[in-house]
Design a protein around this ligand. Structure first.
Ligand code: G3P
Length: 217
């Protein structure tokens, strides 16, 4: 499973990248707002830090506007992936951008039928939002399973990018179902390492090591 990091915070990206945990980055207008940075400047910096795709989202809602914003974003770097909303205009832009050789990420997916449309439009990635479905007291993970089955039924190559991940169990369950990618907030990505028995075991090893009076040098 590939890990994308869901942030526009360059310090967080650098830290995780140094651990080999970053296969790509996803941003959106809310994450740009949170970063307090200019979209062009911060996106360029992120693209230079990571080898994998960096999703940058258009904000126009009409086809022409999306295409003209996509042209600006695509010039930032070769690893830009154009993020588009799951609307009819977004699907049209997805088809045109994919045909022109760009990577595309169709976002704000909340149903299997929407994911089917994105695959037909040639999306590189589909982003189903797990956490926001859970927020409505519906199991968001079921959507990942449905999309996996539909894409496998017909051999669609669009990658399932599990998004709106809020917990370590979201990551595990998405991996068990077979999502291709999870885009994860930095704090959740770091939390994956935690296990009380790892901490306890390390504590015991260090205490016993002290008792030996030895040094590795
Ligand atoms: O990847 C989409 C993500 O940024 C949305 O997450 O927690 O705002 O639903 P959330």
């Amino acid at each position: 499973m590939k890990f994308f990091v869901d942030t526009a915070d360059v310090d967080e990206i650098r830290e995780l990248n140094d651990m080999g945990l970053v296969d790509g980055v996803t941003t959106n207008p809310s994450l740009i707002l949170k970063s307090g940075r200019d979209i062009m400047e911060v996106t360029k910096e992120i693209c230079s830090m990571v080898d994998g795709p960096v999703s940058a989202e258009v904000t126009a809602t009409d086809y022409e506007g999306m295409m003209s914003e996509a042209a600006v974003l695509a010039k930032i770097a070769d690893n830009i992936c154009i993020k588009l909303p799951l609307t009819l205009d977004g699907l049209k832009a997805c088809k045109a951008l994919t045909a022109a050789g760009h990577k595309t990420n169709v976002t704000l997916c909340f149903s299997a039928n929407q994911a089917l449309l994105a695959a037909k439009a040639g999306a590189t990635y589909i982003s189903p939002f797990i956490g926001r479905i859970d927020d409505m007291a519906i199991d968001g993970m079921e959507l990942i399973a449905e999309i996996r089955q539909i894409y496998d039924n017909y051999g669609y190559t669009t990658e399932i990018l599990a998004a709106s991940i809020r917990s370590v169990n979201h990551v595990k369950d998405a991996a068990l179902i077979g999502a291709d990618v999870a885009t994860v907030p930095p704090s959740t990505l770091k939390a994956l390492v935690k296990h009380p028995l790892t901490d306890k075991g390390l504590e015991t090893f260090l205490a016993d090591w002290q008792k030996t009076g030895q040094k590795i040098s």
